[in-house]
Design a binder for this molecule. Structure first.
Ligand SMILES: *Cc1c(COP(=O)(O)O)cnc(C)c1O
Length: 392
C-alpha cells in the first residue's frame, strides 16, 4: 500500500473511533469566542490572569516601542548573533524575583522540556517521572539516554521506595513532576518531594510550573514560592504562554547548570531565538506579575466555588486549582454535555482517551480571572440542570 493510502486509511480509522482531530475555526472576541456563529464565554483558555484579553496592557506596551526598538526577529540562535540585551534583562529580572543565581530563557515550554533532560542525562542517569507528566516531558525523556521509571500519580511512597532501591545503581537520579497537573488540576506535594530529594546526595528535582507561574504564590512565582522551596528545586521550569500572556519558557537555577545548558542543550543551541519584541513584552508582563494579587485572589475564589459546587453535586473532583475537571465517565455522554454547555454560551471542551484514562472522560474547565462571579454562578446552575436532565 502506498504511503498516501496508508494515511487515508489511518485517518478513516480515527474518524470511526470519534478520535479524528482538526484545527477548530474560531474568532476571538476578548473573553469570548465565536464558533459557528455562536458567541460563547471562553472556559478553555490558559490565559489564567486574563492578561491576554486586556487591551489596556497592550496599549501601554505599544507606547514603549519605537521603530528602532520594535525588533520582530533575532535572525539567529543566541549563541551566534541572536543574543540581544533584552534576553539578559529578562533573565536578570527572573533571577532577582526568584532569588536564584541565574535564569535562562527558551523558545517554549516544549523546547525546555525536550532540551533540558537530554542535556543533563546520560546512560548512568535514572529519571523517576510522575505517571501524568506532560507530553513534552515524555518526549524529553525519550530523547535522553537515561533510564526511566514512571511512578503512580503523586504516589510519593512509591517514589521513596524507588529512590531507596536505585540510588546506589546510578550516577544520578532526577525526579520529574509538574506542580499543578493539567488534566486533574491537582498538585504535587513539593515540600515532600524536596524532603525525598534530600535523602540522597545524588538526587535532583525537576519541577514544571507551566500551570502555576503567574497564578500561585504571593508574587505569582508559582507553587514553589507558595511552598517556600524555590532554592531546593534544581530545575525549576515555567512557561510564558499561559498566565503570562506571552510565549517562551524559563529555568531558574544555579550558574553551573545554566552554563552547562548553554553548552549542551540542543533546543537552545539549534534554534532561532524568539523575537526581541516578544521578550520585551514578556519582561513588561513579568515586572507586573508580583502586583497582580487581586487577579490571583479572584481566580482562586471562583475556582473554589466551582470545585465545591461539583463536589456538592456528587462529582469526584481532585482539583485544588483553577483547572477544574467535571468527570462524566463515558466519552459519548461527555461530548453531549459539552455540546449542551456550548449551546448555553459556555465554551468548554470534552477531553477523552487517550489524553485521559478510559472511563474518565471529562469536561475540562480552565478558568481565568476575567470570568465574573455571576458567570460562574450561571455555569453552576447550568451544570446542575444538565445533571438533572441526564438522570431523568
Ligand atoms: C503548556 C505546557 C507545556 C508547553 O509549554 P509551551 O510553551 O506551550 O510549549 C509544558 N509543560 C506543561 C506542564 C504544560 O502545561
Amino acid at each position: 500500500m502506498s504511503t498516501i493510502e496508508n494515511m487515508q486509511q489511518e485517518l478513516q480509522r480515527l474518524k470511526e473511533q470519534s478520535n479524528l482531530r482538526s484545527l477548530p475555526r474560531m474568532v476571538h472576541d476578548g473573553r469570548h469566542v465565536l464558533v459557528n456563529g455562536q458567541q460563547m464565554l471562553n472556559l478553555s483558555s490558559n490565559d489564567y490572569l486574563g492578561l491576554a484579553t486586556d487591551s489596556g496592557l497592550r496599549e501601554e506596551f505599544l507606547h514603549t516601542l519605537t521603530p528602532d526598538t520594535f525588533l520582530p526577529t533575532s535572525s539567529s540562535s543566541r549563541l551566534l548573533t541572536g543574543n540581544f540585551s533584552i534576553y539578559e534583562e529578562l533573565e536578570a529580572e527572573l533571577a532577582t524575583l526568584f532569588g536564584t543565581e541565574t535564569a535562562l530563557i527558551f523558545n517554549s515550554g516544549y523546547h525546555a522540556n525536550t532540551g533540558i533532560l537530554p542535556a543533563v542525562s546520560d546512560g548512568q542517569t535514572l529519571i523517576l517521572a510522575d505517571k501524568l507528566v506532560h507530553a513534552s516531558i515524555i518526549d524529553g525523556i525519550r530523547l535522553s539516554s537515561a533510564k526511566c521509571i514512571r511512578y503512580r500519580h503523586n504516589d510519593l511512597n512509591q517514589l521513596e521506595r524507588l529512590l531507596k532501591e536505585h540510588h546506589t545503581s546510578y550516577r544520578q537520579i532526577i525526579i520529574v513532576t509538574e506542580s499543578i497537573f493539567s488534566m486533574d488540576g491537582d498538585a504535587a506535594d513539593l515540600r515532600e518531594l524536596v524532603r525525598l530529594k534530600h535523602l540522597y546526595n545524588n538526587v535532583w528535582l525537576y519541577v514544571d510550573e507551566a500551570h502555576a507561574f503567574g497564578v500561585r504564590g504571593n508574587r505569582g512565582l508559582g507553587c514553589a514560592e507558595e511552598a517556600g522551596c524555590i532554592l531546593d528545586i534544581d530545575f525549576l521550569v515555567g512557561t510564558f504562554g499561559k498566565a503570562a500572556a506571552s510565549a517562551g519558557a524559563y529555568i531558574v537555577c544555579k550558574k553551573v547548570i545554566r552554563e552547562y545548558l548553554v553548552n549542551r542543550m540542543r533546543t537552545l543551541i539549534f534554534t532561532t531565538a524568539l523575537p526581541p519584541v516578544n521578550i520585551a513584552w514578556t519582561l513588561f508582563i513579568v515586572r507586573k506579575l508580583p502586583e497582580m494579587q487581586a487577579r490571583r485572589k479572584h481566580l482562586a475564589s471562583i475556582s473554589r466555588q466551582l470545585r465545591e459546587a461539583l463536589q456538592a453535586n456528587g462529582y469526584a473532583c481532585p482539583s485544588v486549582s483553577h483547572i477544574v475537571p467535571l468527570v462524566v465517565g463515558s466519552s459519548t455522554d461527555t461530548v453531549i454535555r459539552a455540546e449542551e454547555l456550548q449551546r448555553h454560551g459556555f465554551y468548554a471542551l470534552p477531553v477523552r482517551p487517550p489524553t485521559v484514562p478510559e472511563g474518565t472522560s471529562r469536561i475540562r474547565f480552565s478558568l481565568t480571572a476575567e470570568i465574573k462571579q455571576e458567570e460562574i454562578e450561571k455555569l453552576i446552575l447550568e451544570i446542575e440542570n444538565e445533571k438533572l436532565n441526564m438522570e431523568s
